[in-house]
Design a protein around this ligand. Structure first.
Ligand code: APR
Length: 237
């Protein structure tokens, strides 16, 4: 059986990574997410954007994958599993998933905003999050930015192609922890459904996908996923 998983911030929430739309208490809560995650916001205040991503970089490095990530990795013993994730953390990989495609980039990769060169140099170590931090400067004079897909930016070609292929070849698609509103990722379950593929949604809240999904399981990822593979045959009857 070929299983393609589309994951979003909800699966990492139980590891302590605040979802983008839920982080009301953080230092950056009073800023519009658009200001922190757009090229426009970056040009306006690169120090703030860099401070925010550096904080998320260290936060993610300090947390662990949860039972949801681990369950998906364990499915590999019984099925051909491909993970397509909108998350910029590395928790699927650390749980042991081997085929993971990041549609929105990674908190652990950086590049120059001018010449596009990868940056592997030092990052400031910070005991406390800081609202504004100076980003490193590239040898070309450009600023080093996180290699993350910001609002209005195109998705990287390769992971997107892999995501479409994995969607087209899936027997079952499991959509977990995503509000299913950010395109083009949100179009993948529609593509699967249009091909007659079974789509299982796992989310404690209803989303725009809920009505069209074959099955919607209204539970958290760490509760639903460990049992899901065994439950599938009965659920799909
Ligand atoms: N298990 C499963 N789902 C959960 C859990 C949980 N324990 N907790 C919360 N959720 C659900 C929420 O109900 C919500 O539908 O996870 C979803 C999180 O939604 P978003 O914060 O919108 O995250 P996501 O869908 O990944 O956002 C997509 O938008 O912000 C941009 O580029 C960013 O990749 C991100 C994209």
């Amino acid at each position: 059986m070929r299983v393609t998983v589309l994951s979003g911030a909800g699966i990492s929430a139980e590891s302590g990574v605040p979802t983008f739309r839920d982080d009301k208490n953080g230092l950056w809560a009073r800023f519009d997410p658009y200001e922190l995650s757009s090229t426009q916001g970056w040009h306006k205040n690169p120090e703030r954007v860099w401070g925010w991503y550096l904080w998320r970089h260290y936060l993610v490095a300090d947390v662990e994958p949860n039972a949801g990530h681990r369950a998906i990795a364990a499915w590999q013993d019984h099925a051909e599993v491909t993970v397509v994730t909108q998350n910029v953390d590395d928790l699927h990989e650390r749980a042991g998933s081997t085929a993971v495609h990041h549609l929105h980039g990674s908190l652990f990769e950086f590049r120059c905003d001018r010449c596009d060169m990868d940056y592997t140099g030092p990052l400031p170590r910070m005991a406390e999050p800081a609202l504004e931090v100076e980003p490193p400067v590239c040898h070309c004079g450009g600023l080093i930015r996180p290699d993350i897909v910001w609002f209005g930016e195109a998705l990287p070609d390769e992971p997107w192609q892999r995501a479409v292929e994995a969607t087209q070849s899936a027997d079952v698609m499991v959509v977990v922890g995503t509000s299913a509103i950010v395109y083009p990722a949100a179009g993948l379950p529609d593509l699967a459904l249009s091909r007659g593929t079974i789509v299982v949604e796992v989310n404690p809240e209803p989303t725009p996908l809920t009505r069209s999904a074959t099955i919607s399981i209204r539970e958290g990822a760490s509760q639903a996923l460990p049992e899901l593979l065994q439950r599938l045959p009965a659920l799909l009857k």
